[in-house]
Design a protein around this ligand. Structure first.
Ligand code: GTP
Ligand code: MG
Length: 202
């Protein structure tokens, strides 16, 4: 489990979604939060394009893991320089995608641990809740935090995301230092198999 990842396809229109019925783990969050870096670091392979220019990922990018399930990298939202037309296009695409009868295993909502959740983050969370999806909060770029900030950050996030419980459905993550990789791998294995024994991470 969680060993081999390969790029499968970029989906620009929903009629192009894979039709093989494999389950999906979805990554979403603001532009530049570290979704693509998460994929590369978690699987220890440069498979997803990352960029210091926000708003680069415009398609739903499908990655196949161990031939068994997909990781879907959604385009990021909230980047100010993206035009209204583009933003609306994003919202429609994502809303329609989540409206499909697909096998959503869990939605991983990435948030930059250095910034308070934005209104768009809170909106996304209430949307996912309204759909009844399971979700995990991943607080990214944890390598940029000072140890003495951690407690307050957890407080700030749980104040606006009341379902979040650190260590249960919320984890710090660093693509640079791999903070949180083991905990998250355990959690994902639990979701995939219903047990967390025999975990293997690339
Ligand atoms: P979009 O595709 O625009 O939605 O962005 P994204 O969420 O895929 O972000 P991406 O992975 O491209 O990362 C954006 C920037 O943040 C890049 O410059 C990364 O190197 C940096 N970055 C991502 N994760 C981390 C992290 O854990 N620590 C640090 N220090 N930088 C990170
Ligand atoms: Mg990206």
């Amino acid at each position: 489990m969680l060993n081999e990842i390969q790029f499968s396809k970029a989906v620009f229109t929903l009629s192009d979604l894979p039709k093989n019925n494999l389950p999906e783990i979805v990554l979403c969050g603001r532009s530049n939060v570290g979704k693509s870096s998460f994929i590369n670091s978690f699987f220890n392979k440069s498979v997803a394009k990352t960029s210091s220019t926000p708003g680069k990922t415009r398609s739903l990018n499908y990655y196949l893991v161990d031939g068994k399930f997909y990781i879907v990298d959604l385009p990021g939202y909230g980047y100010a320089k993206v035009s209204i037309v583009e933003r609306n296009k994003w919202a429609k695409l994502v809303e329609n995608y989540f409206g499909k009868e697909r096998k959503f295993l869990v939605i991983i909502h990435l948030l930059d641990s250095r910034h308070k959740p934005t209104s768009l983050d809170i909106y996304l969370n209430s949307f996912l809740k309204s759909k009844g999806f399971d979700f995990i909060f991943l607080l990214t770029k944890a390598d940029k935090l000072k140890q003495n900030e951690i407690k307050n950050i957890v407080k700030e996030f749980t104040a606006v995301l009341p379902e979040a419980v650190m260590g249960k459905n919320m984890f710090f993550y660093s693509s640079v230092k791999l903070t949180g990789k083991k905990e998250l791998a355990r959690k994902i294995n639990l979701i995939l198999t219903g047990s967390d024994g025999n975990m293997q991470v690339a």
